[in-house]
Write a protein that binds this ligand. Structure first.
Ligand code: NIG
Ligand code: FE
Length: 394
């Protein structure tokens, strides 16, 4: 049995439950066996192992869990971004541009994009990434998007209900029928989750409910894009259906916040609906950020993710999202790091990632810094010195 010891860790973020929200240990070591954390303790008592990584007094944390990303697409929308920075609003209308480019792309081109973005994310400390379809919007293009996504991640999400494609513009009910029927049948074997963009201009609450119910009946877990561009019923629909996560949460009513808080209090993490905040989208669309403090103060479980996509948030960087959350959303650095690791794991209903406790998957990030605080304190600086995923250096 091959073992690995990461020792001489100045500050270890474990996210273990306890008084300190990040479960911090000083002068610590982590023993990894068979891809799992086997032991955590003081560095001076560390057992011997086959291989050793000397952290040199630096900080180590669980790999980031990016629970919301759209990596299967072709082309980019840099010109749309430039127009926004010159004052154009973001409406989601550009999604159809990416749909056209994605349909025209070969499998090899799509695969290369997923691998490139996954590589970028990994180098920035992301060890788990959720990948959505949603730029194919035909039976064949959604199925191949998910097939390609599944080559890289087990956290795959069917987003056939991203927007109504142009050819169905006059008959959205027919498109919903397609999504619930043949598209779901072709997508479900490659997907773990189903998602809907529930928003004015995309899918209304009745269509969203119907599509998510079909997905649930096919064995998929529910998550959804909700309340991004304006207030609406999406968050409460998510709570009603027991969604693992409602994502964006930029425009919330008091009732939305209360409904989310209620799921956290009932707990049993099987029923909790996480609010996943995507500050890269507000950065890149120059929109007001979600009110993270309001959610946290109400007791809602908050996750942070990149929303990596070519339209509203073309970043694969979880450290960037942590820095934005602290500077722009008034999360403490500790809250932001928790939300980017353990919070993401909750949003995917996983208890084997986002923590560094015995039995967890050995996904570790060694920083080029003495503390997790530096992720927000030194924005834009490449602070990820080494990534260990499943106990190995990728
Ligand atoms: O999460 N909101 C819908 N979907 C993406 C944006 C997709 C796009 O603009 O291409 C999002 O922001
Ligand atoms: Fe998204």
């Amino acid at each position: 049995m091959s073992s690995l010891l990461v020792d001489n860790i100045g500050e270890l973020v474990t996210n273990a439950a306890g008084e300190d929200p990040l479960g911090i240990r000083r002068d610590a070591a982590v023993l990894v066996e068979e891809g799992r954390v086997a032991w955590v303790g003081p560095s001076r008592y560390a057992p011997a192992a086959d291989r050793r990584v000397d952290a040199g007094g630096a900080a180590v944390l669980p790999g980031f869990v990016d629970s919301h990303a759209h990596l299967v697409f072709a082309g980019d929308r840099a010109a749309e971004f430039a127009a926004r920075m010159a004052g154009e609003p973001y409406t989601g209308g550009g999604i159809r541009t990416t749909v056209g480019a994605t349909r025209a792309a070969t499998d090899a081109e799509l695969r290369a994009t997923v691998r490139r973005l996954h590589g970028e994310a990994l180098r920035q400390g992301t060890t788990t990434i959720e990948i959505k379809s949603g730029y194919g919007l035909t039976v064949a293009d959604e199925a191949r998007s998910l097939r390609i996504a599944a080559e890289t991640s087990t956290e795959t999400t069917f987003l056939g209900a991203h927007v109504v494609p142009a050819e169905y513009a006059d008959r959205p009910d027919d498109y919903v029928g397609l999504v619930c029927g043949p598209m779901l049948a072709a997508a479900a074997p490659h997907a773990k989750w189903i998602d809907v963009f529930c928003e004015r201009g995309a899918f209304d609450v009745d269509h969203a409910r119907a599509i998510l119910a079909c997905g649930q009946a096919a064995g998929l877990g529910v998550r959804l894009h909700a309340n991004q561009l304006g207030p609406g019923p999406g968050v409460q629909l998510g709570v009603e259906l027991g969604a693992a996560s409602v994502d964006h949460c930029t425009h919330l009513s008091d009732a939305d916040v209360a409904a989310l808080a209620d799921t956290a209090q009932r707990d049993g993490s099987g029923t909790r609906t996480v609010a996943t905040l995507l500050p890269g989208a507000e950065f890149s669309t120059r929109s007001p950020y979600p009110d993270a403090r309001r959610l946290l103060d109400a007791g809602v479980t908050v996750a942070l993710a990149t929303d990596c996509n070519p339209g509203s948030s073309y970043t694969s960087s979880m450290p960037f999202c942590v820095a934005l959350a602290v500077r722009e959303m008034r999360m403490t650095p500790a809250e932001a790091v928790w939300a980017a690791t353990a919070g993401g794991a909750r949003a995917l209903r996983r208890d084997d990632i986002g923590v560094l406790t015995p039995g967890a998957r050995a996904d570790l990030v060694v920083l080029d810094a003495p503390s997790y605080l530096h992720l927000a304190y030194r924005p834009g600086v490449p602070l990820i010195r080494q990534v260990i995923r499943n106990g190995v250096t990728p």
